[in-house]
Ligand binder design. Structure first.
Ligand SMILES: [Fe+2]
Length: 242
């Protein structure tokens, strides 16, 4: 009899990971069972004919060109980022994790009113030419929390708590060392005094502000918008050098 492979994916129920969360009585086995039953029903499978089941968990990957801001406040920003090797070759299929603060200087996780809703963040994958393209909002500078020992230390050393505006990126690709970095907005007044000393000249991005008009993705914008084109270079995975 001919063999066949069935590839499918379903989304499991979601809930907050705490003791009294809505799913706290559901065991991992039950979650897995529900997922397999959903795949059985969707494909009208006779499970008696199955030999092996291989299953795992994945993070959802965002669409190229998506608006990752999802209603976060701020001026629109269009980003085109390219991931390359040291030799300059584009890296296809690289995982690009993006997160940033909104126009009020807050991350989504700092807004209790959002509940489990996430915004101004995404996980994307580079295309065949190494690009990820997305729409978001221009980040703004924000102060780190000062209600603990960090605040006392800053006060004692006479330093301000501000970080210049930036977008975080974490990039991973097979055969390359992971890159965790951020890109800062050129001209931010805190570039020379970042409270956590994270700024390097190579990390300052060329954010260009445009008047209302046509955005890089063809959208007719009735308000000013920003454009950032940014290259990232991944070093080879050191382990593979030995
Ligand atoms: Fe940050």
């Amino acid at each position: 009899m001919a063999e066949c492979f069935i590839f499918d994916a379903v989304r499991s129920p979601r809930g907050r990971g705490k003791k009294d969360g809505s799913l706290h009585e559901v065991t991992a086995l039950e979650l897995a069972t529900q997922s397999l039953q959903a795949i059985r029903d969707r494909n009208t499978l006779d499970t008696a004919e199955l030999d092996d089941v291989i299953m795992g968990c994945v993070d959802p990957v965002g669409e190229q060109g998506a608006d990752i801001a999802r209603d976060a406040p701020g001026e629109p920003l269009f980003v085109q980022a390219r991931v390359r090797s040291l030799a300059g070759a584009p890296i296809a299929g690289a995982e690009v994790d993006i997160w940033q603060a909104d126009d009020d200087g807050l991350y989504d996780v700092q807004r209790p009113e959002l509940g489990n809703t996430r915004r101004a963040r995404a996980l994307m994958r580079t295309d065949r030419e190494g690009f990820v393209r997305f729409r978001t909002i221009a980040p703004t500078a924000y102060p780190v929390p000062t209600d603990g020992p960090v605040g006392q230390m800053l006060m004692a050393t006479g330093r301000h708590p501000w970080r210049p505006a930036h977008i975080h990126f974490m990039i991973r690709a097979t055969g390359f060392a992971p890159l965790i970095t951020h890109i800062f907005v050129d001209g931010d007044k805190y570039l020379d005094s970042d409270v956590v000393f994270g700024v390097r000249s190579s990390l300052i991005g060329n954010f260009v502000r445009h008047a209302a008009g046509t955005a890089p993705d063809g959208t007719k914008m009735t308000q000013p918008f920003h454009v950032l084109q940014q290259d990232f270079v991944l070093a080879p995975d050191a382990v593979q050098d030995y």
